[in-house]
Ligand binder design. Structure first.
Ligand code: BTN
Length: 267
């Protein structure tokens, strides 16, 4: 696979914000950890940190994220939106719709979304998103958006725990798209949705997300640590939180957790 090259990304990118600065690595522990360190030392928004291989790729809920060398897109972006802290959970949905749109532009695949930010193809996870943020005096200081897209892994490359739950572009299409082309499509899409969010057009992001939601109006179980509840997934509110209809007919708002459905036990 052609190595990721900073100049090549720069020459194709037409963004004003995202990717204004690009740091490309061979090996790194985690692009999210690196980007957070940069952000804490004052790096402006838009900086993209990308690596061929992550030795300690980080997933949601402190899980390990499998990031083999040259087989995917593993990257993080620093953002400094001037928004209420409450709205920061919208970034998970924003990232998911952007990546989903990019995958559908570059391939013929149909993607589905699982709340809050997993991208599935044929019920298996192709992309994971990890948003981390720092707050200073009740204000959002920065947010790091970490995105991992499985590109060219074969089924046998995933260990037995992942094999039935994860997939890659190669597994689904039998070819590996040019990673730079896919990355550029993701970065363009992210910038356009980011502009929408900043100008208050949140409904567009929520509508695009709901259109692709795999479990809309379906029964789900939601795990939050030791707590578990179930109901019908009705949709998302203006902050991207889940609206759940429980069996007693009440509506519950859920801000975080992990969704399980009878269709798909992807975690
Ligand atoms: C998930 O658990 O679904 C989120 C996975 C996020 C993985 C990406 S890969 C690039 C960035 N750096 C990390 O260490 N994690 C994120």
């Amino acid at each position: 696979m052609t190595p990721i090259n900073r100049e090549e990304i720069q020459s194709q990118l037409r963004n004003q914000i995202i990717g204004q600065k690009i740091l490309a690595f061979g090996d790194i522990r985690s692009t999210n950890e690196y980007a957070k360190r940069l952000a804490r030392s004052g790096e402006p928004e838009g900086c993209l940190v990308i690596a061929e291989h992550q030795t300690r790729g980080k997933g949601r809920l402190n899980r390990f994220w499998y990031s083999p060398g040259g087989q995917g897109l593993w990257f993080s972006i620093i953002l400094r939106p001037d928004i209420e802290i409450k709205k920061s959970s919208l970034f998970a949905l924003l990232a998911a719709v952007s990546v989903s749109q990019a995958i559908e532009t570059v391939t013929t695949l149909k993607t589905e979304l699982k709340w809050p930010n997993d991208i599935l193809v044929h019920g298996k996870k192709m992309c994971g998103i990890l948003i981390e943020s720092d707050l200073t005096r009740e204000k959002l200081d920065f947010l790091v958006m970490g995105i991992g897209i499985n590109v060219s892994q074969k089924k046998k490359d995933f260990d037995h725990n992942l094999r039935n739950r994860a997939t890659s572009l190669f597994i689904e299409t039998k070819y590996s798209p040019n990673r730079i082309k896919l990355l550029i499509a993701v970065l363009h899409s992210l910038e356009s949705y980011y502009e929408k969010l900043k100008s208050g057009q949140v409904a567009e992001i929520l509508d695009s997300w709901l259109l692709k939601c795999r479990h809309r109006e379906k029964p789900i179980i939601i795990h939050q640590g030791h707590y578990e509840c179930e109901g019908i997934f009705e949709g998302v509110d203006e902050y991207g939180r889940m609206v759940l209809r429980t069996s007693d007919g009440n509506t519950q708002i859920v801000a975080s957790g992990e969704v399980f459905t009878d269709l798909n036990l992807t975690a």
